[in-house]
Design a protein around this ligand. Structure first.
Ligand code: GLC
Length: 439
């Protein structure tokens, strides 16, 4: 019997399979377009194989950048069969959208700066400088857009208007808000009359993935309805904030943003560019305001409602991302570490689950409500290393690789036994495995 190729060869194969020339699709069938943070994670792996191709992955993302600086979470494939997706969003309704390319009208966690820096590490100085020069204006305008549009009261924290912007689509703090306060009446009626069972038959995603592993039909109806409302307002933030279904200062997003700001400052410094003083001020404010997300009683950070400033005290994988942000003090980082060590919380056999095991929400295979995701592990490993928790970081690196070796390059995994869930041959799983192997 021929020997099974090693993990690195298999991962390389997955990326090759999903390569669409200038970008990599997250997976066949279910995810045919280019996604923002997927491409960033993919570039982080690709840089070990072909640094020019990794650069191209990020430059392709910038094709979709809006003239106001927004980087959309999806750039649609230019193919007649995807007319439906493009038409659902109609990005052309907004005057800032690019003319020649269709995108969504929302963003995703700002991993761009991290990917730029990781590629930079593979280049010697003169090339690195050229690379930074090439992307610096776009990166700067993206961060400025986040402040201008998503921190309208200059409080420091970035607000999101759709669960898809978190990248953790059905994460419990957002779903809690939705079920408790935000469900439109017509969807409540569908729920009451159990009509959702019929609608389920027409879902596209559950043709590729078992329905138990995706969000419920009711939840997807709310997501679609929220998207429709944004489109009706032509993605104009002033109109959106007049009456937004969701307006949440998301913990995961702001953690990633703090780190991205740090990268942006370093990139500017190495280019001898001065960042605008107002931007520097706001970056500082973000780090200070972040501490308002800390809850003394449970000794954890949470997302916050933009309007009421109420903390949304439902733990999720975001709970651990302040480790990646890297600016919190060591005693708080240690408190988060204790949660990772606790087998009833974030420490089962194949960590890190997207919801702690002792949460009411936890379900082993349900998307962002329990399973382990490789991109989250990558961020947490990075954070653990930076705080000097080297053994924990190494243990998590090893269990992550073992999980993928055992089950394949799936989208997510059961944290109790590593069994696979979601779609197969998932690009960021492959790319980040390459990165973890190359450390
Ligand atoms: C799902 C994930 C999101 C990802 C996208 C493409 O929607 O929740 O984070 O970017 O798939 O892989």
């Amino acid at each position: 019997m021929p020997k099974k190729p090693d993990l690195l060869t298999q991962a390389t194969e997955v990326l090759k399979m999903n390569d669409r020339g200038n970008y990599t699709q997250p997976a066949h069938n279910l995810y045919p377009h280019q996604w923002l943070w997927d491409s960033c994670f993919i570039a982080i792996g690709l840089r070990h194989l072909d640094v020019e191709r990794a650069k191209m992955e990020l430059l392709s993302l910038l094709r979709g950048q809006w003239h106001n600086g927004m980087v959309p979470n999806i750039i649609f494939r230019d193919d007649p069969q995807y007319h439906f997706d493009r038409n659902l969003w109609r990005s052309w309704l907004n005057p800032f959208a690019p003319n020649d390319i269709s995108t969504t009208g929302i963003t995703q966690p700002p991993m761009f700066a991290e990917a730029v820096v990781q590629i930079g590490k593979k280049l010697e100085w003169p090339e690195r400088r050229l690379w930074y020069r090439m992307v610096y204006p776009a990166l700067l305008s993206y961060h400025q857009w986040l402040y201008n549009e998503r921190d309208p009261h200059k409080e420091g924290l970035i607000l999101l208007v759709h669960p898809w912007e978190t990248g953790l689509d059905n994460t419990p703090p957002w779903m809690d808000e939705m079920h408790e306060h935000l469900m439109p009446l017509w969807i409540r009626l569908i729920e009451k009359t159990r009509l959702d069972r019929v609608i389920t038959l027409f879902r596209r995603d559950t043709k590729s993935v078992h329905a138990d592993q995706r969000f419920s039909t009711i939840e997807s109806l709310v997501l679609m309805d929220t998207q429709r409302r944004l489109r009706r307002k032509r993605y104009d933030i002033n109109k959106i904030l007049d009456h937004s279904l969701f307006a949440i200062e998301d913990l995961a997003f702001n953690s990633i943003f703090i780190r991205a700001n740090e990268h942006l400052r370093e990139i500017a410094k190495s280019l001898k560019e001065e960042l605008p003083p107002e931007l520097l001020e706001r970056m500082k404010k973000t780090e200070q305001a972040f501490e308002d997300l800390w809850d003394m009683y449970s000794a954890q950070y949470y997302s916050r409602d933009f309007v009421t400033h109420k903390l949304l005290k439902t733990p999720s994988i975001a709970t651990l991302l302040p480790l990646y942000a890297g600016h919190i003090d060591k005693s708080r980082a240690e408190k988060l570490l204790r949660l990772i060590e606790n087998e009833h919380s974030f420490g089962p056999s194949y960590p890190v689950p997207s919801v702690p095991l002792n949460s009411f929400w936890f379900q082993r295979k349900l998307y962002w409500q329990g399973p382990t995701w490789v991109n989250m592990n990558w961020l947490i490993i990075d954070g653990l290393n930076r705080y000097g928790f080297k053994d924990h970081a190494e243990a998590l690196r090893e269990s992550t690789l073992e999980m993928v070796k055992k089950s394949g390059f799936y989208e997510y995994f059961d944290p109790l036994d590593a069994s696979p869930a979601g779609v197969a041959d998932f690009s960021w799983t492959a790319a980040l495995v390459i990165d973890l192997l190359k450390r």
